[in-house]
Design a binder for this molecule. Structure first.
Ligand SMILES: [Zn+2]
Length: 413
C-alpha cells in the first residue's frame, strides 16, 4: 500500500515535470505567432515572414534538418482575383526526420499545419466590419503550428522506419495554395511515396476533451489504430468522415492517400479578430501534439500498407472556390444549441440576407437545393453559387418554417 502510494506520487510528479515545460513551450510559440506584431500572418506581410523564420528556427533548435520551400501565390487563383496578393512570394517550412529502414524509408508520413492567417481581415473574415484590425488566428492556426513545433521536439531524436516530414504550410486561407504547391514538389520524395498525411488545423480549443479526427474513413485501419493510441488522459475522440474538408489534408486526399484532420471544433471567434491566444487551451494543444506524435510514430513503423478508401469529391467543392457568393448572415459559431441547420446572430445591413427577411435567432436549413446541416454545408452552398444567382432560403423561426427568395451578392462588395 505504501509502495503503491509512493509510486503514484512519483508518476504524478514526473508527469507534471514533463507536461509543464511542454505547456510553457507551446504557450511561448502561440504567443509569438498570434502576437499583433505578426500582422495576422497575412500573405505578403513581414509578420508572416517572421513567423516562417520562427518555425524554421524552432525546428533547427529541436535538432531537425529544416528548410524553406518558396513559392508565389498564383495571380489567377480564384481567391486572390480581387486582391493585390497574386504574385506575392511566400514559403512553406519543411523539416525531415529520415527513415531508418532500407525497405520503408522511401515512404513518407507527412504531418502538417498551416501557419498563415487572414492578416487584417477583409477577404475570408466573418467579421467584415473589422477589416483593418489584426486577425491573430490564435486557434486558426497558431495552435496547430505550435503543436507541429512540439511534435518536432518530440520526434527529433526518434528513429522511425519510414521518413517523417513536418510541413508548416502558407497560403491555406487563400485556398490551400501552400499544400497544393507541396504535393507537386514534395520532399524528400515525390507524393506517390506518401503513406499518410496528418493535418492539424484549429486544435487550440479542446473542450470536454472532445477531439475530432476527420478523415478516419480514408484508411480501413484508422479507427482501430486511433482507438488503440487513445490512452489516458483520454480524448472523447470522434473519428469519422472522408478526406474532403476545407483545409490542407483535402489536397493530399485528392492524390488518393489516407489523411486525418485533427480539430477541436468551431467557436464564435472563428475567422474573427477575437481569435486570440488567451482563449486557447494550452494543455489541450500539448495533449493533441503528443497524440499526433504517437500516431505519426505508429504509422511510420507499421510493417504493412494502409488500405486507402476513396470517396467522391463533393460537387460544391469541385465547382466552386474561394468563399463564393455573399449572403450577409452572421453565423453563430458556437452552434447556438442547434443540431441541424445554422443559427445566425444577425444580418448585415443591406445584405441579401436582410432582403430575404432573415434576422438574428433564425436557423437556416436550406439554400437553393442544398440542405444546410452545419456551417460547412453553408460554405459549400455559397461556394456553389455566384453573385446574381436567385435562391430560395429556407429557415426556421421559433419552430415555424419560412421560405424567402433573394439574389446573392458578391463577396467584398
Ligand atoms: Zn482559417
Amino acid at each position: 500500500m505504501i509502495a503503491l502510494f509512493f509510486l503514484t506520487i512519483t508518476l504524478a510528479s514526473s508527469q507534471q515535470d514533463t507536461l509543464a515545460p511542454a505547456a510553457r513551450r507551446v504557450l511561448a510559440d502561440v504567443r509569438f505567432l498570434a502576437d499583433d506584431r505578426q500582422e495576422g500572418r497575412g500573405i505578403g506581410t513581414a509578420g508572416l515572414q517572421r513567423a516562417g523564420a520562427y518555425i524554421r528556427d524552432g525546428f533547427v533548435r529541436a535538432g531537425l534538418r529544416a528548410s524553406f520551400q518558396d513559392f508565389t501565390i498564383p495571380a489567377d487563383a480564384p481567391a486572390v482575383l480581387h486582391t493585390d496578393l497574386g504574385g506575392k512570394a511566400t514559403r512553406n517550412v519543411v523539416a525531415v526526420i529520415p527513415g531508418t529502414s532500407a525497405a520503408l524509408r522511401g515512404e513518407i508520413v507527412v504531418v502538417g499545419a498551416h501557419y498563415d492567417h487572414l492578416g487584417l481581415g477583409g477577404f475570408g473574415a466573418l467579421d467584415p466590419d473589422s477589416t483593418g484590425r489584426v486577425h491573430n488566428g490564435a486557434d486558426d492556426n497558431a495552435s496547430g503550428t505550435a503543436a507541429l513545433l512540439e511534435i518536432g521536439r518530440l520526434l527529433a531524436r526518434s528513429r522511425p522506419a519510414r521518413t517523417v516530414v513536418l510541413v508548416a504550410f502558407s497560403g491555406e486561407e487563400l485556398g490551400t495554395i501552400g499544400s497544393s504547391y507541396f504535393v507537386h514538389h514534395a520532399v524528400p520524395q515525390p507524393i506517390d511515396s506518401l503513406y499518410a498525411m496528418l493535418n492539424m488545423d484549429m486544435v487550440g480549443r479542446l473542450r470536454n476533451a472532445r477531439l475530432l479526427a476527420l478523415g478516419a474513413a480514408t484508411a480501413s485501419e484508422f479507427p482501430a489504430l486511433l482507438d488503440s493510441l487513445n490512452t489516458p488522459p483520454r480524448f472523447d475522440l470522434r473519428a469519422s468522415g472522408d478526406g474532403w474538408g476545407p483545409s490542407d489534408h483535402a489536397v493530399f486526399f485528392a492524390t488518393r492517400h489516407p489523411v486525418l484532420h485533427f480539430f477541436t471544433d468551431l467557436h464564435e471567434d472563428y475567422h474573427r479578430s477575437t481569435d486570440d491566444w488567451d482563449k486557447l487551451n494550452i494543455a489541450g494543444i500539448v495533449q493533441v501534439a503528443q497524440f499526433v506524435a504517437n500516431l505519426a510514430t505508429a504509422l511510420a513503423n507499421r510493417p504493412g500498407p494502409l488500405t486507402f478508401v476513396d470517396s467522391p469529391r463533393p460537387q460544391a467543392a469541385a465547382g466552386g472556390s474561394g468563399y463564393g457568393a455573399y449572403l450577409g448572415t452572421i453565423p453563430d459559431m458556437s452552434g447556438g444549441g442547434v443540431s441541424d441547420g445554422v443559427r445566425i446572430t444577425g444580418v448585415r445591413a443591406g445584405s441579401p440576407a436582410e432582403q430575404a427577411g432573415l434576422a438574428g435567432g433564425d436557423v437556416i436549413t436550406a439554400i437553393g437545393d442544398k440542405h444546410i446541416g452545419n456551417l460547412y454545408d453553408m460554405t459549400d452552398a455559397l461556394r456553389s453559387h455566384q453573385a446574381g444567382d436567385t435562391v430560395v432560403i429556407v429557415s426556421r423561426r421559433e419552430g415555424v418554417e419560412r421560405r424567402a427568395t433573394t439574389v446573392l451578392g458578391k463577396r467584398g462588395s
